[in-house]
Design a protein around this ligand. Structure first.
Ligand code: ADP
Length: 232
């Protein structure tokens, strides 16, 4: 039997109440992200990109359609089961790193593991490994204000990988960064997607980085135009 894709959206429709009527943010959207695949999600403002990420993250339940994470159809799960699935299978990276101001880089990574009751030793060695991968070994003891914007985003990426997710959802990771730092962050996302065989969906406005991705999915008015494989 073949392994299921880590992320599978099937005919997903999402509507928000809007005055007396509804706004259709996602209109029968289907998208698959395979292990090790980096999918770029592009499209104009208001086209539904954030709604797609939130639905894939199981933070929002669609009106119709299926969100299947690592072979589990999330529609049948209760909220508590959904929270567990999200914690175990999904890493989320928002535009702004949202680091806790009083914690060092390494503590940003280990705290969630402590909260989940994992052993401090295991969390510490995983965190050290990830900080090394994102190029921040030498900054493990620094506080957020002692790091550059790019370094903070690297901590954010490492933190999202702590739980060994199957799916990584990334919202405009370079929005706050200059060109050079943006390029290195996208290169890092490319690297970790391959290295950890994670299925990554990344919203980006920067089509310049498309060559580093495997698939470009374009949203327009809540619809997904056929994803195009990029020539890498
Ligand atoms: P994008 O991320 O591409 O800018 P969004 O997913 O944010 O697009 O928005 C898609 C559509 O859904 C837009 O018409 C937007 O106004 C609407 N929308 C998004 N979030 C909400 C919400 N919480 N309540 C009502 N309408 C929303």
């Amino acid at each position: 039997m073949s392994t299921p894709a880590p992320l599978n959206l099937l005919n997903v429709t999402l509507q928000y109440p809007d005055g007396g009527g509804t706004t259709t943010a996602l209109d029968r959207v289907s998208l698959t992200a395979e292990a090790g695949q980096l999918v770029a999600l592009v499209g104009p403002s208001g086209s539904g990109k954030s709604s797609l990420l939130a639905t894939a993250a199981t933070l929002v339940r669609p009106n119709t359609g299926q969100v299947v994470i690592d072979g589990t159809d999330t529609a049948g799960l209760k909220d508590k089961e959904l929270t567990t699935l999200r914690r175990e299978k999904v890493g989320i990276i928002f535009q702004q790193p949202n680091l806790l101001p009083s914690l060092t880089a390494v503590e940003q990574l280990t705290i969630s593991h402590h909260l989940r009751g994992k052993s401090a030793k295991a969390a510490g060695s995983r965190a050290a490994e990830l900080l090394d991968i994102v190029g921040l070994s030498a900054s493990a003891g620094k506080l957020p204000h002692q790091l550059s914007g790019g370094q903070r985003q690297r901590v954010n990426i490492a933190r999202a990988l702590m739980g060994s997710p199957k799916v990584l959802l990334v919202d405009e990771p370079t929005a706050a960064l200059d060109h050079e730092r943006s390029a290195s962050i996208i290169a890092l996302l490319r690297q970790v997607t391959t290295e950890f065989s994670v299925a990554t969906v990344m919203v980006t406005h920067d089509t310049e980085f498309v060559p580093l991705t495997d698939v470009v999915a374009t949203m327009r008015d809540g619809r997904l135009t056929t994803p195009v494989l990029t020539d890498v």
